[in-house]
Design a protein around this ligand. Structure first.
Ligand SMILES: [Zn+2]
Length: 158
């Protein structure tokens, strides 16, 4: 999964345990676990390039420093009811609830990101779904046509 050039780490995800889906449609992307985990389990260690800008699949380590992991964690889907927590200090993915084989690994992008590469309307279906997803410190980009569409869909649903 990670290139051979990375220093060996037994916690790195093994390709038999996880499947990175890179299908080119909005909901197709993601990482499926073929292994089960209990709450609190270490799912895997992550690694990647350290970059200073925010990209589509980057994850914030601290303000101004981002992990660009295009092999594993950068492909986690967002959910407002995530099943993993990303410890960006220890570079570990931790299960926050039970994960069954075949489940997608789901993170809350606002857990790590102050600012999102792109704000979006969430379709996670969780009871506590925030609807429009931004980074922790982002203001809603009201000029964004996707946001205007999201708002008019809300109005129509009422
Ligand atoms: Zn949601």
């Amino acid at each position: 999964m990670y290139p051979e050039s990375y220093e060996p780490n037994p916690l790195y995800p093994r390709s038999e345990d996880f499947e990175v889906v890179r299908k080119d449609d909005q909901t197709g992307l993601g990482v499926i676990s073929h292994k089960g985990f209990k709450t609190g389990d270490i799912v895997a260690a992550m690694n990647g390039e350290r970059i200073q800008d925010i990209r589509q699949h980057s994850l914030q380590i601290e303000p101004g420093i981002h992990l660009y992991d295009i092999h594993f964690a950068g492909y986690f889907l967002h959910s407002c009811a995530p099943n993993v927590f990303l410890d960006m200090e220890k570079m570990l993915v931790i299960a926050t609830r039970r994960i069954k084989p075949g489940d997608y690994l789901l993170m809350d992008y606002a857990q790590t990101e102050d600012h999102l590469f792109k704000q979006f309307a969430c379709g996670c279906g969780a009871k506590n779904c925030r609807g429009w997803i931004t980074g922790k410190k982002d203001l809603i980009d009201e000029e964004d046509p996707a946001y205007q569409q999201f708002i008019s869909a809300q109005v129509m649903a009422v």
